[in-house]
Design a protein around this ligand. Structure first.
Ligand code: NAD
Ligand code: DAU
Length: 350
């Protein structure tokens, strides 16, 4: 089956996708990487400035909800593999407008599966469809327990419902048509190029600008944070080593209550900005809770650690400090993505 040559990576201009593209372009010069992205508000080619001139990289602007466009692309290009990340990814936006999530996350995924099914016919043994998914499909945990690969699906938000649906479709194409598929479900990522609608980059941006840092409810919800480059490395390992039809959970074994995380971030920001200790924490503002807010996520990644020898590389405090450095050093990037429609969105939320 290996080496595969031509990869379609969808959503490569987004946060995690750009790290996956960068990793594959740099690690595998023998692979041809085609990055397909619609460039929604979350897609940004500036995320890939350092690889755009590499000979094994190409960008295609396209929309996965357009079935004819996907079919034409698969007909024109003999892809060996798909790594599918394109999605509407923000829970709060899904609460405001679920339909966009059904269109991209469900219909878009089915369009890609249909194109793979049709144009890879007779060659399934030499092709692979890798679907990147989330731990949110498993629902919410109480104070104890962890999500394993066999935890029953129980999504609560329109976002997680759409991702759960897409996971089911991907598995069904394996079980029904014999397509070679692999799925991974990952916990919350953080790191460079993270769009500032999500908690960590939003808080960094607001602290930097002396704006309130909104904490939903009592700040007691728990998330399991993983450095985005560790996620990209996990995708690389799973893509190359998983058996067909397998699922892997990816997580940092790194649970934080939101309020504890924000307090840690405030301490780091005070230090980096040379402000007296306690200055940034004064910006913390408790706001109305997210509707249907899942209490706690925690991933058991034992299978990935034991079978494929993957472990997270970066300790959280170090990763967070590195992330803050990146945002402070990339002021132009931050200004660009928070200009235009960003403020209008922000005003509807807070
Ligand atoms: P993101 O919102 O930063 O990026 C999504 C990308 O998809 C953007 O570049 C956007 O332009 C593109 N896109 C959206 N709709 C499209 C369409 N119709 N056609 C083509 N491209 C389209 O998202 P992210 O945080 O990088 O997440 C990437 C994937 O990883 C998603 O599938 C998400 O569900 C999954 N995931 C995210 C996290 C996380 O913590 N962010 C954790 C686990 C899994
Ligand atoms: O678990 C994986 C998921 O993590 C991914 O599938 C999603 O694509 C990704 O967006 C992320 O979802 P969350 O909802 O957990 O991430 P977010 O950064 O939006 O919120 C993290 C926590 O912080 C959550 O409990 C809600 C809270 N929050 C969020 C924002 C934006 C706040 O308290 N204040 C905020 O302003």
């Amino acid at each position: 089956k290996y080496p595969m040559k031509k990869f379609l990576i969808t959503g490569g201009a987004g946060f995690i996708g750009s790290h996956v593209v960068r990793r594959f372009v740099n690690t595998y010069p023998e692979y041809e990487i085609v990055n397909l992205d619609k460039l929604t508000y979350a897609g940004n080619l500036a995320n890939l400035k350092d690889v755009e001139d590499k000979p094994n990289y190409r960008f295609v602007k396209a929309d996965i909800t357009d079935a004819a466009e996907m079919n034409a692309l698969f007909e024109a290009e003999d892809f060996d593999a798909v790594i599918h990340l394109a999605a509407e990814s923000h829970v709060d936006r899904s609460i405001a407008d679920p339909t966009a999530f059904v269109m991209t996350n469900v219909i878009g995924t089915v369009n890609l599966l249909n194109a793979a099914r049709a144009y890879w016919k007779g060659k399934y043994d030499s092709k692979r469809f890798y679907h990147v998914s989330t731990d949110e499909v498993y629902g919410a945990l109480g104070e104890t327990g962890m999500f394993t690969e066999t935890t029953a699906y129980d999504p609560h938000s329109p976002y997680s419902a759409s991702k759960a649906s897409s996971d089911h479709f991907v598995r069904s194409y394996h079980d029904t048509y014999g397509l070679d598929v692999v799925i991974s479900n990952c916990s919350n990522n953080y790191g460079s190029h993270h769009f500032p609608e999500k908690l960590i980059p939003l808080a960094i941006n607001n602290i930097k600008n002396n704006q309130p840092v909104p904490v939903y409810g009592k700040g007691e919800n728990v998330r399991d944070w993983l450095w985005v480059e560790d996620h990209a490395r996990a995708i690389d390992v799973i893509f190359h080593k998983a058996k067909t039809g397998e699922t892997y959970n990816i997580g940092g074994h790194n649970e934080w209550k939101n309020i504890d995380l924000i307090n840690l971030l405030c301490r780091i920001m005070d230090e980096k900005l040379g402000r007296p200790a306690g200055t940034s924490a004064q910006l913390i503002t408790y706001v109305t809770d997210r509707a249907g807010h899942d209490l706690r996520y925690a991933i058991d990644s034992t299978k990935l650690q034991q079978k494929l020898d993957w472990v997270p590389s970066l300790q959280f405090e170090e990763g967070l400090a590195k992330t803050v450095d990146w945002f402070l050093e990339n002021e132009e990037w931050l200004k660009d993505v928070t200009s235009g429609n960003y403020q209008a969105y922000y005003d509807t939320q807070y």
